[in-house]
Design a protein around this ligand. Structure first.
Ligand SMILES: Nc1ncnc2c1ncn2[C@@H]1O[C@H](COP(=O)(O)OP(=O)(O)OP(=O)(O)O)[C@@H](O)[C@H]1O
Length: 344
């Protein structure tokens, strides 16, 4: 690992608190606090215009926040020593078309001030699948090849924190799989990664934690286990009594219909999981419920977890946030109407 950015090794790779950014009349980022720990892979998700790229640029000291604080590798974001420890693949990438891929890499090594041998630079091109094109001019590269080169540029100076803004937007499925392997390899080496991607499956495969932005705010954040949780189970039950219905209602919200008269879906209260003494997740809610239902003489024919994908969760969170905002707008309209009425 490079010595750059390593003078505060116990600090998170990046930490920010209450970031805000307005562009003219548009508040792009309202209030964002997040953290990427050392060696952690964090996914940044959210719809178009949610503020992901603006947040990334503020984290890297490329956009000045109106408010809030950032520490990059334990230092202020604009500090050259912090930047030297960071590899960045921007969303909009463009490299000097008159240079060869090897020359682009060598240029970035010089700019970074790191000591990276020619052999190591070639290894980076091999890693992104451009080893055979090292001597070719970038002007003749396809978009996907340029994006691969961008990834090599981001990795070449042995960063301890890598920020990838839509790293697979120009890549074919094979290229996306390659990037996934690269990210997993970084994690193995203890390199922290912040990954902004619309490809939710990709994020689900490689990320330890996810931060979901919606209209410039953090709509949800947590580990994949926390976000996905075992939140729902489908049960096939016969012989339900009022007491059993009450027991079910205590376990969570009951949804019926669609899958037959005996089938119900239970959204477990509190996500249905607790922490045991060792801090491990343990799902006691379901076995306890089944035991109690059996004691109440209910016939339990089937119990199956409903698998919730990150995509489902993301859509649910974003729809929930949109509904909350619509309700707030309606309440504000009503208040304004009441005030107008009172003034008459
Ligand atoms: N330099 C700028 N000048 C004016 N407005 C900007 C600027 N940069 C971003 N914005 C606005 O800020 C908002 C957030 O943009 P940003 O690029 O951060 O979103 P994003 O979540 O990365 O979107 P996408 O997924 O489409 O890339 C958008 O409304 C955008 O138009």
């Amino acid at each position: 690992m490079s010595a750059a950015g390593e003078s505060f090794p116990d600090s998170p790779a990046v930490w920010c608190s209450h970031l805000r950014k307005r562009f003219r009349r548009h508040q792009a980022v309202h209030d964002v606090s997040l953290q990427v720990g050392r060696g952690e892979v964090v996914g940044l998700l959210g719809p178009n215009g949610a503020g992901k790229t603006t947040v990334i640029k503020m984290l890297l000291g490329l956009v000045t926040p109106d408010d809030g604080e950032v520490l990059l590798l334990g230092r202020p974001a604009g500090d050259p020593a912090a930047r030297a420890g960071v590899g960045y693949l921007p969303e909009l990438f463009r490299y000097q078309p008159w240079l060869s891929a090897a020359e682009v890499l060598a240029l970035h090594v010089r700019l970074s001030g790191a000591d990276v041998s020619a052999a190591e630079q070639r290894d980076r091109l091999d890693l992104v699948g451009l080893g055979a094109r090292a001597a070719d001019r970038v002007g003749g590269f396809s978009k996907g090849m340029q994006q691969r080169l961008g990834l090599a540029v981001a990795l070449v100076a042995r960063p301890s924190f890598v920020v990838l803004d839509e790293p697979t937007s120009a890549l074919d499925p094979l290229g996306r799989a390659d990037v996934r392997d690269v990210v997993l390899g970084l994690r193995e080496q203890g390199v922290a990664v912040l990954l902004n991607s619309h490809l939710i499956g990709e994020v689900e495969r490689v990320c330890d934690r996810v931060v979901i932005l919606e209209r410039g705010r953090v709509a949800a954040a947590g580990s994949l286990a926390e976000l996905l949780g075992q939140r729902q189970v489908r049960l096939r039950l016969t012989g339900l009594t009022p007491a059993a219905e009450q027991r079910l209602a205590r376990a969570g919200a009951v949804h019926r219909g669609g899958d037959g008269p005996d089938v119900l879906t239970l959204s477990l209260a509190g996500g249905g999981s607790d922490q045991d003494d060792d801090g491990e997740r343990s799902d006691r809610a379901v076995p306890e419920l089944v035991r109690d239902l059996a004691a109440l003489r209910v016939d339990v024919h089937a119990v199956e977890p409903v698998r919730v994908s990150l995509e489902d969760r993301l859509l649910g969170i974003l729809r929930g946030a949109a509904e909350d905002r619509a309700a707030e707008d309606r309440a504000a309209d009503e208040r304004a109407a009441q005030e107008r009425e009172a003034r008459r």
